[in-house]
Design a protein around this ligand. Structure first.
Ligand SMILES: [Zn+2]
Length: 404
C-alpha cells in the first residue's frame, strides 16, 4: 500500500504506511505519524515532547463488500508553550467516532438512495450508527431554518403515535418548507417558534390553520397584523371526519344486510373527490348505488362536494354570497351532521372568507402531511423523536429515504 493510494482511495494524507493485516474477513491498514510532524492540537506549536500513544482503529471505506479499518497509534505530546499533554489532531476522523470522515460521507451518500437498515447491513454496522450520522447531518443543515423571509405560513398538529402524542408543524406556504417542529399541540408547542421568530423580524402576513381554538389565541397575540385563514384542507378534512361518522352511524342502524354491505363498501369512496374516483374499479357506480340507498348520506356527500366551490369563487363578494347560500341549504337540509357543520362554519365565517384576502392554498400542507404519514408508518418512528423531528424539517428536500 502506497501513501498516495491511502490518500486517493481512503482520504488519508500525511501518514506513513506500516502494514496491512487480513483477519476475519477484514482488512486493517496500520499507519503511523512521523514524530517530526506532531503539533500541539491547541496552539499549533511544533515544540512538543512525545508522551506515549493511544491506539485507535477507525472503520474506513470498504473494498467491495469487505470492511476495512485504519489502525493508528495517535501520539500524545506535551506542548512546551501550553504545558499540557494532549493527543495530536487526527484530520481524517473525529476522535470521538469509530470511523473516518470519508466513511461517514460514504454512509450519507448511500443514505440518499437506501434505507437506514439497508445502509447499516451493507456497511456491517448497527442501525443506530447510520441513524446518528444522518441525524448529525440533518441537524447541521436543518435544525435552525432561517425565518426572516416568512410571509405566509400554515400551522398544523400531527398525531405521531398512539396515546395522543402530537407534534406541531409550521410550514412556509411560499416555499413548501417546514420551518418549525414543536412538541405537543396548542399554544405551548409554539413558544419556541415565537422565540426564534422575534429576532428574525419576519413580516408574516397570513396564517392558515384549522378551526379549532388551539393556535388562534397564540397567533393573534404574537402576530397581531397577520390574517388568520381557516384553510380549505382543514375544512374538508373536518367535513370528511363528520361524513365518516355519519356513514358509521347509518351502518350501525341499517337492518337490511344488503344495505349494510353497500354502506361498508363506500367507506373510502366518500372521502375521495369525485374526479379521483377510479373508473377501472367501478368506483363511481358503486358510490352512486350506495348514495341512492341513503338519502342523508347522499345529501351530505353532495354538499361536501359543493362546498369545494367556495374556494373557486372569483372574489370575496361572490364567495360571501356562495357561503351564505351553502349555510342556508345545510341548515334547512334536516340532517343534523350538516346543521352542525354549518354552525361551525358560520362561527368561523370571517376566517373562511379571509382566504380571499390572503389566497393561501393548502396544497403544500396536504403534501407535507402525507409525507409525514409515510414516515410515521415506518418502524423507527419514535425510537428517536429528535431524529423524527429533523426528518420533518428536511421533508421538502427529501434528502434521504423517508423510510427507516
Ligand atoms: Zn500548545
Amino acid at each position: 500500500m502506497s501513501t498516495s493510494l491511502l490518500y486517493h482511495a481512503f482520504g488519508i494524507r500525511g501518514y506513513q504506511y506500516t502494514r496491512t493485516d487480513y483477519q476475519d474477513g477484514q482488512v486493517t491498514f496500520t499507519i503511523r505519524q512521523d514524530p517530526k510532524t506532531c503539533r500541539c492540537s491547541a496552539c499549533g506549536s511544533p515544540e512538543v515532547r512525545p508522551r506515549g500513544r493511544v491506539e485507535r482503529r477507525f472503520r474506513s471505506l470498504p473494498i467491495g463488500s469487505r470492511a476495512t479499518f485504519v489502525a493508528l497509534p495517535i501520539p500524545r505530546v506535551e506542548c512546551q508553550a501550553c504545558r499540557v499533554v494532549r493527543q495530536v489532531e487526527v484530520p481524517f476522523a473525529d476522535p470521538r467516532r469509530s470511523y473516518t470522515n470519508s466513511w461517514e460521507r460514504y454512509a450519507l451518500e448511500l443514505s440518499r438512495r437506501m434505507t437506514i437498515r439497508d445502509v447499516a447491513v451493507h456497511l456491517g454496522v448497527g442501525w443506530d450508527a447510520i441513524k446518528d450520522i444522518q441525524k448529525r447531518d440533518l441537524s447541521r443543515r436543518y435544525a435552525k431554518p432561517k425565518l426572516k423571509h416568512l410571509r405566509r405560513i400554515a400551522i398544523d398538529e400531527i398525531a405521531v403515535a398512539k396515546g395522543h402524542r402530537y407534534l406541531t408543524v409550521v410550514l412556509d406556504l411560499d416555499s413548501g418548507a417546514v420551518v418549525f417542529v414543536g412538541d405537543g399541540k396548542g399554544a405551548d408547542a409554539l413558544k419556541p417558534f415565537w422565540k426564534r421568530l422575534r429576532p428574525s423580524k419576519a413580516k408574516i402576513e397570513a396564517v392558515a390553520m384549522d378551526m379549532s381554538a388551539a393556535y388562534r389565541g397564540a397567533v393573534s397575540a404574537h402576530l397581531p397584523g397577520a390574517k388568520i385563514v381557516f384553510d380549505h384542507f382543514h375544512v374538508i378534512k373536518l367535513f370528511n371526519e363528520k361524513l365518516s361518522e355519519l356513514r358509521r352511524a347509518l351502518h350501525r342502524e341499517a337492518t337490511d344486510v344488503m344495505h349494510k354491505e353497500v354502506l361498508k363498501g363506500t367507506r373510502w369512496l366518500l372521502l375521495k373527490n369525485p374526479e379521483n374516483l377510479d373508473a377501472e374499479k367501478d368506483e363511481k357506480r358503486r358510490l352512486e348505488e350506495a348514495l341512492a340507498l341513503n338519502k342523508p348520506l347522499a345529501t351530505a356527500y353532495y354538499m361536501k362536494d359543493d362546498l369545494r366551490r367556495f374556494w373557486e369563487q372569483p372574489g370575496k363578494r361572490f364567495a360571501t354570497t356562495f357561503l351564505d347560500g351553502w349555510l342556508r341549504r345545510a341548515e334547512s337540509s334536516g340532517i343534523k351532521m350538516l346543521q352542525r357543520m354549518a354552525k361551525t362554519l358560520a362561527a368561523h365565517r370571517s376566517g373562511l372568507l379571509a382566504y380571499y384576502d390572503a389566497m393561501i392554498t393548502s396544497g403544500p400542507l396536504e403534501g407535507t402531511n402525507n409525507k409525514i404519514k409515510t414516515m410515521k408508518r415506518q418502524a423507527y418512528g419514535f425510537r428517536d423523536k429528535e431524529f423524527f423531528k429533523l426528518k420533518i424539517l428536511a421533508i421538502h428536500e427529501s434528502k434521504y429515504e423517508l423510510v427507516g
